[in-house]
Design a protein around this ligand. Structure first.
Ligand SMILES: [Zn+2]
Length: 199
């Protein structure tokens, strides 16, 4: 009944001001190039690919696209994307509990959410504006100003933190959320954020 989370992650594209469609599938090349060189090399090693060890990342990605079956590459990306999602969701759940880190504009509702994420780091503050539009329909547009979202097209941890706050405040329901989600992340949210409300 639930949409399989793998395809939901892979197909998801964060909305950008230049108007990229939300449902556009991310190219395999981008999905590979946003992973670490080490993880790419590990896959090459597992699949007995030759001549990869001295390649810079762009060439490594090209070489993998030529040498390894695309289904294998897609499965690999999906697995890595799930890890990214769950690891960052665990951080996001922690951040979402702090009103200093996640600020929701008071007029946010189920159709539009405006939020600010600010986290103090050793070298200053990391501050991003986050926006969700129409998140209860199939045409969700979400954005964050960070590089992970803009350049790597991830549903980044800042957006996750805002999402978790929205669930916590009852702005909308987990079941209504049609954006990216994994079963494991949903379990984390249920255990850490929604537990009190459900009792
Ligand atoms: Zn972000």
């Amino acid at each position: 009944m639930a949409v399989t989370f793998n395809s939901r992650l892979a197909d998801y594209v964060t909305h950008r001001k230049d108007g990229i469609s939300m449902n556009e599938e991310l190219p395999l090349e981008l999905r590979l190039s946003r992973l670490t060189v080490q993880s790419l090399r590990n896959l090459c090693d597992t699949h007995d690919v030759e001549g990869y060890s001295n390649l810079v990342k762009d060439h490594l990605v090209d070489h993998m696209l030529e040498s390894i079956d695309s289904e294998v590459l897609e499965d690999f990306c999906e697995a890595q994307e799930e890890i990214y999602f769950v690891e960052n969701m665990a951080k996001a759940i922690k951040w979402s509990a702090s009103k200093k880190i996640v600020h929701l504009e008071p007029d946010s509702d189920e159709t539009i959410v405006n939020a600010t994420f600010s986290l103090r780091r050793s070298d200053g503050y990391e501050v991003y504006n986050i926006r969700f539009v129409n998140q209860t329909t199939d045409d969700i547009a979400t954005s964050c100003e960070c590089q992970e979202a803009r350049e790597k097209r991830y549903f980044c941890p800042h957006q996750m933190a805002v999402l978790v706050r929205c669930f916590g405040e009852g702005l909308f329901d987990v079941d209504d959320w049609t954006g990216p989600m994994t079963n494991e992340a949903e379990d984390l949210i249920a255990a850490n954020v929604l537990r009190k409300k459900r009792r």
